[in-house]
Design a protein around this ligand. Sequence first.
Ligand code: FAD
Ligand code: MG
Length: 346
Amino acid sequence: MKKKTFLLAAQAFVIIFVFLLPACNPQKQMITDSAYMLGTHLQLSLWTEDKAEGMAVIRECFQRIYQIEQKMSVNIANSEVNEINRYAGKEYVAVSDDTMTVLRKGFAYAALTDGAFNPAIGPLVKLWGIGTEKERVPRLDEIQEVLKYVDYKGIKFQDENKVKLDIDGMQLDLGGIAKGYAADAVTKIIREKGIKHAIINLGGNVVAVGKKTDGTPWKIGIQDPFEPTGTHMGVIEITDQTVVTSGNYERYFMRDGKRYHHIIDPKTGYPSENGVISATIITDSSIDADALSTSVYVLGLEKGMKLIESMEGVECIIITEGKKVYLSSGLKGRLKIANDGFEIVD
Ligand code: FAD
Ligand code: MG
């Protein structure tokens, strides 16, 4: 992972952290720890009277994320996802409930978005190599060649837990959804342990458990997509919800003055370009928010907003070029703009 990307992840962490401090109170102390997994910076903070128990909970959460990464990473040779990729066009592969849940959810979002969200995006992610030492602008013929292998309908399910990719050359990549699953898994552990106040931040996939210890909602900063230095453009208050953002500032490289970022439009094979700069989803489940933030980014303002408005309990903030901010109907009046350069469009 490049240093530039790591710095951005670290800055996202600082933004959230700023709002954590006022939550401390003398009865419950904040236990916090960070780690580097899923190719990003992770931070877990929880409030408890029992420091040793709090530290044990955090350890268990990191172990759970480690397990999920071992199963779903394309960067781990013997992960279940790589096993499915290896047998593409050949055989069904039996996988764990974790991987199956993410794959079925990813497939459902692919169907819902007509393939704008695509868990079979692997060949294009590899070709562009964005965020790796191999990043480059591929030739058009190379893109056209791999586009043959990115049809999500080629993901076949059999029985409870078997998956096969129809064509040799297809490859899964769960980078747009698995962080959300990990965030939900960690939330489940924290709730089961009876912890009432926690903030989970998996490289910008944020879950706020309960309220702050003073009984007020959590304040989550929404990153200013034009300022990679880590300033927020606005603040949203949430309780027991998740906030997930997809943006073009997270992983990208510049070539000849043009920005090539990591969210790829599966229809063109190029980084998605439709005027959207960032898409933030606010809802109850982080796997849905993760898949939807990537989906809305690719669908664009009109189709993306229509999709969100059709879904119960899901809200979004879409920022476009020109610093225009579009809010779904349930968010009107809830985003406090912190930077006058942004304009909320009604
Ligand atoms: P999102 O918008 O949520 O996702 C964008 C990512 O989804 C892209 O990076 C790509 O992976 C994929 N994607 C692109 N276009 C689409 C599309 N149209 N539909 C669906 N998916 C799409 N990074 C490292 O540098 N090194 C690692 O070892 C590493 N391991 C990881 C292991 C796991 C299990 C996961 C979940 C992520 C890992 N990552 C790693 C990070 C990963 O490569 C992505 O960069 C990251 O998940 C992007 O998340 P996001 O929230 O920034 O963007
Ligand atoms: Mg996503």
